[in-house]
Design a protein around this ligand. Structure first.
Ligand SMILES: Cc1cc2nc3c(=O)[nH]c(=O)nc-3n(C[C@H](O)[C@H](O)[C@H](O)COP(=O)(O)O)c2cc1C
Length: 207
């Protein structure tokens, strides 16, 4: 039986934990996107959220290349994706490529936290998107050098992920059984005892 988009959304919701931000619990990564476009004001809002992430030395090393449907940038980003990701991500109305400057601007030395900070900004982006009723799906499966070439990205910029952004679509639109099965898999996480420790092998006593 194929579930509807709404049923999948309910299934993907993380179990409620009192006091945890609702968007943290509701964000998930679909592969089916509806054909609804993202309003420019909402697109601006997701990057506004990313802007406010913390970063080492307040360097804000992130830079995003943004492609909206049918644009040159969308085509370029799509062309760098591995085959599996191309099989679903083309229907996302927005494709975003995140890169980070690996040199500090104040003294030109290496910034070992550049990609870490890009990841933080991208997390803000995905949570802001969830708060707006949008969905995101990040991808590591793309050809970095092809992306570097396509956008003339300087050698001292490192890559984060490609982010597909849009509204969740019907699982049935994915067309093939394996993809539909992945779309309706429950989300899983390690228990808290495997996340926070008070010594290397001792889970922290929390709550
Ligand atoms: C950095 C990063 C790279 C990822 N790469 C891919 C990818 O190339 N293809 C894909 O289908 N999903 C990719 N994912 C999605 C993850 O598989 C997904 O986030 C994870 O299974 C947790 O599911 P959730 O986001 O729904 O909670 C990636 C996620 C992240 C954060």
């Amino acid at each position: 039986m194929i579930l509807s988009a709404e049923e999948v959304r309910t299934l993907k919701q993380a179990p409620a934990v009192e006091g945890v931000l609702p968007v943290v619990l509701s964000r998930w990564s679909p592969r089916s996107f509806s054909n609804r476009d993202v309003a420019p004001a909402d697109l601006a809002r997701v990057f506004e959220a990313a802007r406010w992430a913390a970063s080492a030395y307040n360097e804000q090393p992130w830079r995003y290349l943004v492609g909206t449907r049918n644009s040159e940038a969308h085509k370029k980003i799509f062309s760098t994706l591995i085959g599996f990701n191309q099989s679903w991500a083309g229907s996302a109305p927005v494709l975003i490529l995140g890169v980070a400057s690996t040199k500090y601007s104040h003294n030109g030395t290496d910034n070992a936290y550049a990609v870490y900070d890009l990841g933080a900004a991208s997390s803000y982006l995905t949570l802001q998107a969830a708060a707006l009723g949008l969905t995101t799906h990040q991808m590591a499966g793309f050809d970095h050098e092809a992306a570097r070439k396509a956008f003339d990205i300087p050698a001292d910029y490192a890559f984060g992920s490609v982010i597909a952004l849009g509204y969740q679509g019907e699982p049935s639109a994915l067309g093939n059984e394996q993809m539909i099965a992945m779309e309706i898999e429950p989300r899983e996480r390690k228990p808290l005892s495997k996340v926070a420790y008070s010594a290397w092998d001792t889970p922290a006593k929390l709550g």
